[in-house]
Design a protein around this ligand. Sequence first.
Ligand code: NAD
Ligand code: UDX
Length: 449
Amino acid sequence: MNICMIGAGYVGLVSAACFSEFGWTVTCVDKDPQRLAELKDGKSPIYEPGLDDLLQRNMAAGRLLFTDNLGPAAKNADVILLAVGTPMRRGDGYADLSYVYAAVEEIAPHLKGFTVIVTKSTVPVGTSREIERRLRAARSDGDFAICSNPEFLREGSAIQDFMHPDRVLVGTDDERAKDVMGRLYQPLALRSAPVMFVGRESAELAKYAANAFLALKISFINEIADLCEQVGADVQELASAIGKDRRIGDKFLHPGPGYGGSCFPKDVSALIRTARENKSPVSLIEQVQRVNDERKIAMAHRVEAAAGGSVRGKTIAILGATFKPNTDDMRDAPSLIIVPMLQERGATVRVVDPQGRRQAEPLLPGVTWSESALEAAAGADVLVTVTEWNEFRALDLKAAKAKMRGDVLVDLRNVFTAELAHAAGFRYSAVGRKPEEIDLAPAPLALRA
Ligand code: NAD
Ligand code: UDX
């Protein structure tokens, strides 16, 4: 099978590499010259565990190619997948579809023979229909079908998620397209992954509904964590108790500084817009968005309260800048709110992140970058965990405390325990833990907004 993947970002690159691992010939087209140069050298331009090996193996086998020349790749393709970005549009919070429609315009002249065109990008309901309208207008002679095939992988475990999906969702009513898509995913179906064929609108909207539901779970547990702190309950005990109920499930119940990343914030926003436009508002999800926005601000206040009410003149060591571990992605990371707030209040901020520095450096002006958590801790008044990288879990807290000027540890990801923190000589603040385990009270509720 010949595949053309448009966009070599987090989704396009991982999907292209995984499809080539099945044995399909995949040509990945991207416009970013630096990205292409790195890829042609066999290096991944993004950090994703296992991706370098997968790229090198399949490039060496000659079935994974990178180019900026769309024409030949599109002409020879059985399937063209669109994996370009759909970021939040400035001003109205809707999905910016300009990259999608630009790519559609570019492929139109090159279509030859029956071709299935697939939106792998997350696109608002109705986009596949609009792509079809545009392509039919440009190529009335064209023989093609437009499918929705949203991607559910997570950064940091993208290859595992792609290779072992809970489901593959294909939105199409076209029988020939169903055949082609069935063949494309046959290697996964043979390994028992459910390949579900549904209507295009259902597939498009399901992606947003899935992300909004997961975002809702996170905002829910974050609010419950706050309540735990007020009433003497422990959120981890509570989460594992409610998570045992299979109707609830134990995933996505980790409280923290609010969800970030390239998907949840923008997809929640786009869903809210779609719902309002269709006069069917999702008020629950509007509340999820508000709770999450306030959460990031509240976390900066929490650090300030733990530092004794002011961070002015203090040095704060931040462990982790990326929105989650095992990625270098900084899109909508909580650190982008927390760090500038601390700086505005007069703190000197040091940051360490195992993979995020390249992307984070231009986004976090005025911070000092450290090579290790211990280096960041040296002379600091407050240590804050913002991203739960494994190497921070392994931090020798006694050694960190010995290097610090202060004794405050604010654990926004519940990476440590009060016992460990106390044994190292820290005063400890974590999220949703029992008051007797926490020395530093959370910020008053009034400060949260
Ligand atoms: P990204 O920004 O990392 O990558 C997009 C790539 O597309 C860039 O390399 C860009 O240069 C390229 N591009 C843009 N227009 C192009 C064109 N006309 N021709 C060739 N290349 C072009 O984006 P991403 O994070 O991979 O997300 C892509 C889509 O997948 C989005 O719709 C996103 O919502 C969705 N998605 C992302 C994730 C994730 O974890 N990142 C997960 C599921 C779904
Ligand atoms: C998400 C979806 O999970 C994935 O299915 C979709 O394809 C893309 O968006 P991703 O953004 O890569 O994936 O990471 P995810 O693990 O979902 O985490 C998103 C954010 O939620 C992170 O900021 C993370 O720290 C936060 N989170 C997640 C929590 O705060 N608590 C949790 O329990 C889980």
